[in-house]
Ligand binder design. Structure first.
Ligand SMILES: [Zn+2]
Length: 215
């Protein structure tokens, strides 16, 4: 079976996450808001009111994500359905352009900030050259996806029924796809749980890059 994962928002914890991925030769893509990365690492907010969440500095993005794919998550993480469509389209289009210029390869993936989209936003995603756009909806089977601009994953990585969902996909020899934010991994136990997940998944299936599911 095939396995895919993606991670949102370009947080400093992606560094530790990637160490684990490299250890198991697991693939992943990382959805970035290019304009939110400053010259220095920057603390944007506190997760659950206690854990400070730092964005990576712009100058370290290339080295941190080397060997992994990056994708577009808009320029500044707005609520795309609550701003004028022209502004939403610019967030989507320029987000992709800036990441492509920075990383030097074609960006094919997109993830909706806050999971919010509507038909006009989907059209802007399609028109700017993305081949898929991930929502935050969970579905038992990710294919056939009726519309790649509303591409649903199987679950969030902390879903309590993660392994049940996995077993369902495995029974049909499908593709299992999950997502999350690395800042949601807080304690050392959380990190161990995540590594255990990656270790078991790596024994069970073959990691793929998301755009390769759409060729
Ligand atoms: Zn996000």
């Amino acid at each position: 079976m095939k396995l895919a994962q993606c991670w949102d928002d370009g947080n400093v914890d992606d560094i530790r996450l990637i160490e684990i991925l490299r250890k198991y030769q697991a693939k992943a893509s990382f959805n970035l808001n290019f304009d939110l990365h400053a010259e220095e690492r920057r603390c944007g907010w506190k997760y659950r009111g206690t854990k400070e969440v730092f964005k990576l500095a712009k100058g370290e993005l290339k080295s941190v994500y080397e060997g992994f794919l990056v994708a577009n998550h808009t320029l500044t993480h707005p609520h795309l359905t609550q701003i004028p469509i022209e502004q939403a389209a610019r967030e989507i289009r320029e987000g992709r352009e800036k990441i492509e210029q920075h990383f030097g390869y074609a960006v094919k993936g997109f993830a909706y900030p806050f999971g919010e989209y509507n038909p006009a936003v989907q059209e802007a995603v399609r028109a700017s050259g993305h081949v898929y756009a991930r929502t935050v909806v969970s579905v038992p089977e990710i294919f056939p996806s009726l519309d790649p601009t509303a591409f649903h994953a199987n679950c969030h990585f902390l879903a309590p029924d993660f392994w049940e969902k996995f077993e369902h996909v495995k029974s049909g020899n499908g593709t299992f796809y999950f997502w999350g934010h690395s800042y949601e991994i807080i304690t050392e136990d959380d990190w161990k749980n995540y590594e255990d997940k990656i270790a078991r998944l790596s024994r069970e299936g073959e990691w793929v890059n998301l755009p390769d599911l759409f060729v």
